[in-house]
Design a protein around this ligand. Structure first.
Ligand SMILES: [Zn+2]
Length: 183
């Protein structure tokens, strides 16, 4: 049976975070179908997407977190999927499991894509809302800097800001016209 090494997943090659995961999911489906008598057919299911995402995360983690001392400091452990998670100070609270034990992710292009997708899903939320949303599930290294980068590069947000800059100047023009002609 074929085996996929997490290091084989070159996630940065595809344009968006979801598209990237979809490509990985189709690849996993293909590998399953050529190595099993029972074939999976039809469109991709939720479990297949999740499986692809776990594989992408594991790939990112295996490349970034190899320092045993750092892992010990983060109180990192592997969950049932083999995914690294961090034990936070909220571990004994009634918070959601993902918040208590978030998934550590390095600052990488894939993570930037993930942040951009979350930013769009959250109706182009600003930095504090976006950071809070991400923190519900992830522990992203240099998250603030990555969020700042995503916000500064978002085309929609840029356009929105530009419009808001234009408004005062438009009002000023109207005021000048009023002063000129309506006296
Ligand atoms: Zn935006």
């Amino acid at each position: 049976m074929m085996n996929v090494q997490t290091t084989d997943i070159k996630s940065d090659y595809f344009s968006t975070y979801s598209r990237n995961n979809r490509v990985v999911a189709w690849t996993l489906r293909f590998i399953h179908n050529i190595s099993n008598a029972t074939k999976i057919k039809g469109s991709l299911g939720y479990e297949e997407f999740k499986g692809a995402e776990v594989l992408v995360f594991k790939s990112l983690q295996s490349n970034a977190f190899q320092d045993e001392r750092l892992l010990a400091k983060m109180q990192a452990f592997k969950d049932e999927d083999g995914l690294l998670r961090i034990r936070t100070k909220f571990a004994d609270s009634y918070e959601k499991e993902d918040f208590k034990f978030p998934i550590p992710l390095p600052a990488s292009d894939v993570v930037v894509k993930l942040i951009l997708e979350e930013h769009v899903k959250a109706m182009h939320a600003g930095s504090s809302i976006l950071l809070a949303r991400l923190r519900e599930k992830f522990w992203i290294i240099r998250a603030k800097r990555l969020v700042k980068r995503v916000l500064s590069e978002c085309v929609i947000c840029k356009r929105y800001k530009a419009k808001h800059v234009e408004v005062p100047s438009l009002l000023r023009c109207l005021e000048l016209l009023r002063q000129r002609y309506l006296k």
